[in-house]
Design a protein around this ligand. Structure first.
Ligand SMILES: Nc1nc2c(ncn2[C@@H]2O[C@H](COP(=O)(O)OP(=O)(O)O)[C@@H](O)[C@H]2O)c(=O)[nH]1
Ligand SMILES: [Mg+2]
Ligand SMILES: [Zn+2]
Length: 333
């Protein structure tokens, strides 16, 4: 996608054209000089907007947003106007069908992608996955009502037997819960076809720790290099941040948003009852404890304790639930 400025000729043609309004508002309300667009990426004050109007569709123009608009994110539908020179100005935001959020330090909630319907939680043998991080993502996804898929990348690194065993155990937990699990290798292009099929017709966002291979997956889903990838630092086995902002990529049958890697994922905006519901296997146990105010902390007649003992609920998931519960209680103070 090249950044080109709209020629005067194009602008005139645009002005003459009847346009679709993708923000869902009344067509007649969009004045003629205005264009529909899609936020592709965001760098501080500057936002790359791709025109979605037929005449200029696909062209990306760097824009600023009117100060009365809320913060915009990748995937937002907008109405914009070509300005002087290279830049444009965003004058309206379309309604969001969905918004994938994560809180940043200090408890502030920050959306990272709009209008997505599926979230790919990417994990890998290295960096070693944290169950509680996976579960935090799943709670955030369940709370918003989006579909979650676990993508286990770098399957080429599973030659070592202990690593293979650990991965099998971990993935079994999520498979048993009914989450789709895709084992892939971006580098060896394994499992890529199946991932492509699963993505068909969706707007997806990739999330997960830095260094798991999100950008590499984007590059290997297509035939050409699209996203910058980072080298894993040998010493820390953590990814070097090369993706610093979310960016949307178009594929023939789907769209996918690459997001920057994160080390921590808080859930400041999630309530205790949302957390409970975010663990799908716990939902059916709501209200089944003997005491209404059960703290699920070893109390007599606790349904969670019983479910863990009978094997109905995975003990790893239950301890992850408690760990997150503790952290949201602490974040609330
Ligand atoms: N062995 C192996 N390495 C991979 C694979 N996918 C990505 N990597 C490496 O992991 C590192 C981080 O990849 P990157 O895509 O930047 O991760 P991101 O931070 O999640 O976007 C790079 O050195 C990649 O070459 C894979 O399938 N197998
Ligand atoms: Mg990246
Ligand atoms: Zn209980």
């Amino acid at each position: 996608m090249s950044k080109r400025k709209l020629s005067n000729q194009q602008r005139e043609r645009i002005a003459k054209n009847q346009r679709r309004d993708l923000t869902g508002s009344d067509h007649s309300l969009v004045p003629e000089s205005k264009l529909n667009g899609l936020v592709i990426s965001h760098f501080g004050q500057q936002i790359d907007v791709e025109s979605t109007d037929s005449e200029t569709a696909g062209q990306v123009v760097r824009c600023y947003q009117r100060s009365n608009l809320p913060p915009l994110v990748t995937g937002d539908r907008v109405v914009w106007e070509p300005g002087d020179g290279h830049n444009g100005i965003i004058i309206a935001q379309g309604t969001r069908k969905s918004e994938f959020r994560r809180p940043v330090f200090g408890g502030e909630v920050k959306p990272i992608a709009a209008n997505v319907d599926i979230v790919l939680v990417v994990i890998a043998p290295i960096p070693v996955p944290h169950v509680s991080l996976i579960d935090r993502y799943l709670v955030a996804i369940e709370t918003i009502g989006l579909d979650a898929v676990i993508v286990f990348n770098k399957s080429d690194l599973l030659e070592k037997r202990d690593r293979r065993a650990a991965a099998t155990d971990l993935l079994a937990v999520y498979r048993n819960l009914g989450y789709p699990v895709e084992e892939v290798s971006a580098i060896e292009k394994k499992g890529i076809e199946s991932l492509r099929d699963l993505l068909s017709g969706t707007n997806a966002v990739l999330v997960g720790q830095s260094g798991v291979g999100k950008s590499s997956l984007i590059n290997n889903l297509s035939e050409k290099q699209l996203a910058a990838t980072g080298l894993l630092s040998e010493a820390h086995e953590q990814g070097i941040h090369t993706t610093t902002t979310s960016r949307l990529y178009h594929f023939p049958t789907f769209n996918i948003i690459d997001s920057p890697g994160i080390r921590e994922f808080g859930l400041g905006h999630v309530t205790e009852s949302e957390l409970f519901d975010g663990f799908r296997e716990l939902r059916s146990l709501a209200g089944s404890c003997k005491y209404r105010d059960c703290g699920h902390d070893g109390e007599v007649g606790c349904a969670l304790k019983a479910a863990a003992e009978s094997g109905e609920v995975d003990p790893k998931r239950l301890s992850s639930y408690f760990e997150i519960l503790d952290s949201i209680r602490n974040e609330a103070h």
